[in-house]
Design a binder for this molecule. Structure first.
Ligand code: SF4
Ligand code: SF4
Ligand code: SF4
Length: 156
């Protein structure tokens, strides 16, 4: 189950104190999930003893975020069979090398987003992924075309 802002919100102090720079704890929860904020920005959670248990729980549920890339993309190495489907279907790869992709060669570009190495897909260049940055699109093309469910996104 992907982590939702509500899962995080439930464990925050819920006082809307604004010490994190956000107007509400809910808004902080959204930004945390988008990696625009860090959990340490919620000072009361770390400084006030009464929130100790909540803090521990929240750190636990946030662990998957540490493994995720800046785009939220997570590849499960144990499930990946190295088929290369995700590499071939990625719209950015297709856009940059339409001919190579059409004849099934894989992207002939210097720095692709995804590349198969030693039988497993590696995330190489996220900065050109549609999910990267402020104007990102919640693209799911690679995930939807993975036959072994090895790709997931933390949200969307
Ligand atoms: S600092 Fe923490 S408690 Fe205060 S508004 Fe931000 S998230 Fe809520
Ligand atoms: S999320 Fe979209 S743009 Fe990013 S690697 Fe997957 S298919 Fe390519
Ligand atoms: S489509 Fe899935 S199994 Fe195939 S290389 Fe990509 S992540 Fe691995």
């Amino acid at each position: 189950m992907p982590l939702t802002p509500m899962d995080i919100y439930k464990l925050l102090p819920k006082t809307n104190c604004k010490k994190c720079g956000e107007q509400t704890c809910m808004s902080f929860a959204f930004k945390l999930l988008n990696r625009e904020k860090k959990i340490e920005d919620c000072k009361p959670l770390f400084e006030e003893k009464r929130y100790e248990k909540q803090k521990e729980k929240i750190l636990e549920i946030l662990k998957p975020l540490e493994k995720a890339t800046e785009t939220g993309l997570v590849v499960n190495d144990e499930l990946c069979v190295g088929c290369g489907n995700c590499v071939v279907v990625c719209p950015i790869h297709v856009e940059k090398d339409p001919y190579g992709m059409a004849i099934g060669n894989g992207p002939n570009i210097d720095n692709p987003i995804l590349r198969v190495e030693n039988g497993k897909v590696k995330v190489c260049n996220l900065s050109i992924c549609r999910r990267y940055g402020k104007n990102r699109i919640l693209c799911v093309v690679c995930r939807e075309n993975c036959p072994s469910n090895a790709i997931s996104f933390l949200e969307g």
